[in-house]
Design a protein around this ligand. Structure first.
Ligand SMILES: CC(C)(COP(=O)(O)OP(=O)(O)OC[C@H]1O[C@@H](n2cnc3c(N)ncnc32)[C@H](O)[C@@H]1OP(=O)(O)O)[C@@H](O)C(=O)NCCC(=O)NCCS
Length: 178
């Protein structure tokens, strides 16, 4: 996404793990990352609780984007000092990118990691032909709403009773990618 903030003290690199020791490297989910992703989910009440099997499936298939397919799931992890500090799951269908789930480790929030992962997902969506990005967020999740607003997402609807446990409406947010 354009204008993503880069902060001092956290090298926001998509370069390789060979970059500065505190560099944040965003790469696709690997099988070995799954326990760390599940732990991040547990530590992040705002994130959706996906079962292990969902991540296993994504990890097995990876990005299966081919001209013959019109729907693909992808998951990236943000790695710093060899530790998974964030994850983001997105789906591309036709000309839409949907952010399905994301979280950053509580001890590494407000350091630009979420922005960096979103930038990678948006670049993938654009390259796959997406013209709009969508996501749902719990109405009470002020932290995530502030983050998405900063990234150019605007409210475009409400899904009544979308969430359970606890029950809550979802705000539908969208952003043009073209
Ligand atoms: C939402 C989330 C992924 C953001 O990740 P992050 O790495 O902390 O985000 P960034 O550091 O890239 O934040 C960029 C900007 O977003 C906004 N922002 C992020 N967190 C914010 C907060 N708690 N309060 C206000 N603004 C916030 C700010 O404008 C911030 O820039 P600034 O720090 O210079 O003010 C993270 O807060 C998180 O994991 N939350 C719990 C899980 C969750 O709610 N997931 C969303 C499911 S829909």
């Amino acid at each position: 996404m354009e204008g993503a903030p880069v902060r001092a003290g956290a090298w926001l690199s998509t370069g390789g793990p060979e970059a500065a020791p505190d560099a944040v490297h965003v790469r696709k989910l690997a099988w070995a990352d799954i326990p760390a992703v599940l732990a991040l989910q547990e530590a992040s009440p705002g994130a959706a609780r996906w079962p292990r099997g969902d991540y296993e499936r994504i990890s097995r298939t990876g990005d299966t984007s081919t001209p013959a397919r019109s729907c693909d799931l992808n998951c990236w992890v943000a790695v710093q000092a060899q530790q998974v500090k964030g994850f983001l799951v997105a789906r591309h269908v036709a000309d839409e990118l949907t952010i399905l789930n994301m979280a950053v480790s509580p001890d590494r929030r407000r350091c630009g990691i979420g922005s960096q992962m979103l930038e990678v997902a948006v670049a993938w969506g654009r390259a796959s032909g997406a013209r709009m990005a969508f996501l749902e967020v719990r109405e009470s999740n002020a932290e995530a709403s502030a983050f998405y607003a900063r990234q150019g997402f605007a409210p475009s609807g409400r899904r009544k009773g979308f969430y359970t446990d606890p029950p809550e409406d979802a705000l539908l947010l969208s952003r043009q990618l073209t």
